[in-house]
Design a protein around this ligand. Structure first.
Ligand SMILES: NC(=O)C1=CN([C@@H]2O[C@H](COP(=O)(O)OP(=O)(O)OC[C@H]3O[C@@H](n4cnc5c(N)ncnc54)[C@H](OP(=O)(O)O)[C@@H]3O)[C@@H](O)[C@H]2O)C=CC1
Ligand SMILES: CC(=O)C(=O)O
Ligand SMILES: [Mg+2]
Length: 613
């Protein structure tokens, strides 16, 4: 089929269209007036005109354009697919109802994940229609916890997920380094789009599951799917990348089905040199691309951020995204306990169980908030934190050589005493707040939780490790051990809990960076600041905290309802734009928009799964 000829003929035959659109503040979705056959045909014309620009996509094979039984008869003829699809013409609502019925009948979450992955590759618009309209049901499938299992088994399930029509993203090995420009150019040609954003992992610390090597790819894919669902980034402009540089996971190296490179991970010098080559090629091909570093082992997470944060448009999700999202939940938790239990902000003592990229990122973010927004001195703010790693409380005189990122928070006021167990640390510190970022299941046992409850009228407990199998405690355990007084958020969502013998139900918070990175990233794409500064991230965090409605606040929620994610991401993105403009570092289109219209502008730039976008 002569693609550009057929597109041109088709475009000409349909003339121009207008497409009434409305932003639904409840679901955060753009909705359209019901699609008649003509409206669908007209909207498809827009899509084809768009694909004409790229010349790379045959619409009859594209999962964006060939929407199967949605196609009106005239379009089927124009696409040369008439007679190859059942005669019925359906609406997307019908297709969605059928898909939901099939998905709900799947016996395991992994099977649901596989179904969704296939759907995304075959009918991308239906996939995002489902995810957006049922985000509470599907986020745990395409993201944590199920994505963790999908990563662990990625090499086993890979052949049954992907379709030749849709590239997954890029798998880059060390051997590919001399040919990177060609590889990236090949992808660009194939995709026919310029990516706005890439999520890059090397699979070395996937959630709390450790080194999964190339099998970490679904994390990059899942994060980008949430960028689309959560913030309306065009899925065709997203680029998942896994740096398949090797793995130290012996299980995979000896697994006959493992699809990654079977070698040990390179030493630091080779790693940084390879990462540099990848980033150079990427930014040469796509000068404005936003880079999100994801799930690198902590040394490399800090190393890459330090090296690139002022050089390219980038951020590290585990350090900065997590820092911002957890600060936001804590701002709401601190407000709650101040109001209900008279605990002043400067009187908080925070124990971190875990001292990796996430814990240090969160501590830094809270510290910045205390200093900038509440006038604490650096020393006063730093003293709020007690950091624990696998050897106990991190102190200056513990006798071991501390990793660079732990040194700043090492305590020197322990008078020579060392504290190994969490029980001892809680007794010593008497914390108001306990944060788990250690990937240690059940580390917050009944004893620890009960002590928190004795010390505090309202203990703040955030077991944030992912996936569920790594959470430091469950919501139910925390409620039971604290006489239901706990102020709680977890990394992976726990179900609501009904207090026995009552009709009172409490909904736990989900302190997961999924509330932050979509809005932060989208704002950065629109504002294109010269770098993503600490001020931008702090502003994004406070915008998320303030996005709670009065009704959500009255129910004791720390984070907004997930069903409002698009609305919330728009608020966060607008705050990012505003800060970048205020600080005079915005270089993107936002500069030409009036400040009062940032919110509206952000919403108008969101992609929706409706045909024509
Ligand atoms: N909710 C969210 O949005 C996010 C959650 N996370 C989750 O946080 C967890 C940690 O991530 P990250 O910081 O990047 O990982 P790292 O591997 O960088 O850090 C893990 C830390 O936990 C410590 N640790 C391990 N075992 C124990 C133990 N038994 N007792 C005390 N400390 C222990 C390690 O100690 P040592 O230094 O001695 O090895 C290390 O400091 C993961 O489960 C991840 O999924 C991460 C990002 C976002
Ligand atoms: C949520 C996330 O980024 C993590 O667990 O690593
Ligand atoms: Mg992560």
């Amino acid at each position: 089929m002569n693609l550009s000829k057929s597109i041109n003929t088709f475009s000409k035959s349909l003339g121009s269209i207008t497409r009434p659109q409305r932003f639904n503040t409840k679901t955060g979705l753009h909705t359209q007036t019901p699609s008649s056959s003509t409206a669908v045909a007209h909207a498809l014309k827009e899509d084809f005109a768009r694909s004409n620009k790229t010349k790379a996509i045959d619409p009859s094979y594209s999962p964006y354009y060939n929407t199967g039984t949605l196609l009106p008869s005239t379009t089927r003829q124009k696409l040369n697919v008439y007679g190859q699809i059942p005669a019925v013409v359906e609406t997307i609502e019908q297709q969605a109802r059928r898909a939901i019925k099939l998905i709900r009948a799947k016996p395991t979450n992994l099977e649901k994940y596989m179904f969704m992955a296939q759907l995304r590759n075959n009918h991308t618009r239906l996939f995002y229609n489902l995810v957006n309209n049922h985000i509470e049901e599907f986020a745990p499938i395409i993201y944590t916890p199920t994505v963790g299992e999908a990563c662990q088994k990625y090499s086993d399930i890979y052949p049954f997920l992907n379709s030749p029509g849709t590239p997954d993203g890029l798998y880059i090995t060390l051997d590919d380094l001399p040919h990177l420009d060609n590889i990236i150019e090949g992808y660009k040609q194939r995709l026919g789009e310029t990516p706005d954003i890439t999520v890059i992992t090397d699979g070395s610390r996937i959630l709390g599951l450790g080194d999964l090597g190339m099998n970490g790819m679904p994390i990059s894919m899942g994060k980008l799917q949430l960028y689309v669902a959560g913030a309306g980034i065009d899925p065709r402009r997203t680029l998942p990348i896994v740096l398949d540089f090797g793995t130290n996971n012996e299980h995979y190296i000896s697994d006959e089905f493992y699809m990654g490179v079977r070698r040990k991970r390179p030493a630091d010098a080779e790693f940084y040199d390879a990462a540099e080559k990848v980033l150079k090629s990427l930014t040469r091909a796509f000068p404005h691309i936003l880079v999100q570093f994801e799930d690198f082992s902590s040394e490399h997470a800090f190393g890459l951020l330090k090296k690139y944060q002022d050089k390219i448009l980038c951020f590290n999700d585990d350090i900065q995204g997590t820092g911002a999202v957890i600060l936001s939940g804590l701002i709401n938790a601190f407000r709650k306990v101040e109001k209900e239990s008279n605990v002043r902000l400067r009187d908080h003592r925070i124990v971190f169980y875990g001292a990796g990229s996430a814990a240090i990122g969160v501590a830094r973010q809270i510290q910045e908030y205390l200093q900038i927004e509440h006038g604490l001195t650096e020393d006063e703010a730093r003293k709020v934190f007690y950091i624990c790693d696998s050897k106990g409380l991190v102190t200056t005189d513990r006798g071991d050589r501390l990793a660079e990122h732990k040194v700043y928070y090492a305590r020197n006021d322990n008078a020579g005493s060392q504290f190994r167990s969490l029980e001892d640390i809680v007794d010593y510190v008497k914390p108001t707040t306990l944060i788990g970022l250690s990937s240690s299941k059940n580390a917050f046992n009944q004893d620890v939780l009960a002590r928190m409850s004795q010390i505090n009228h309202q203990p703040i407990v955030f077991p944030l490790s992912n996936p569920l199998t790594k959470a430091e405690c469950t919501f139910e355990d925390a409620m039971n051990a604290t006489e239901n007084k706990v102020v709680f958020a977890s990394g992976t969502a726990f179900p609501a809990y009904t207090i026995p013998g009552t009709d009172q139900t409490r909904t736990p918070g989900q302190g997961n960076n999924m509330y932050m990175f979509p809005g932060l990233g989208f704002g950065a794409i629109l504002a294109r600041p010269t770098s993503i500064t600490n001020r931008i991230i702090l502003r994004a965090s406070m915008a998320l905290a303030d996005s709670l409605t009065e009704e959500e606040r009255s129910r004791g929620l720390l984070y907004p309802e997930l069903s409002r994610i698009r609305q919330v991401s728009a608020t966060v993105a607008a705050a990012v734009c505003d800060q970048a403009v205020q600080d005079n570092i915005a270089t993107g289109e936002i500069k030409s928009i009036h400040r009062d219209s940032f919110d509206e502008y952000v919403q108008s730039r969101m992609w929706s799964s409706e045909i024509g976008n």
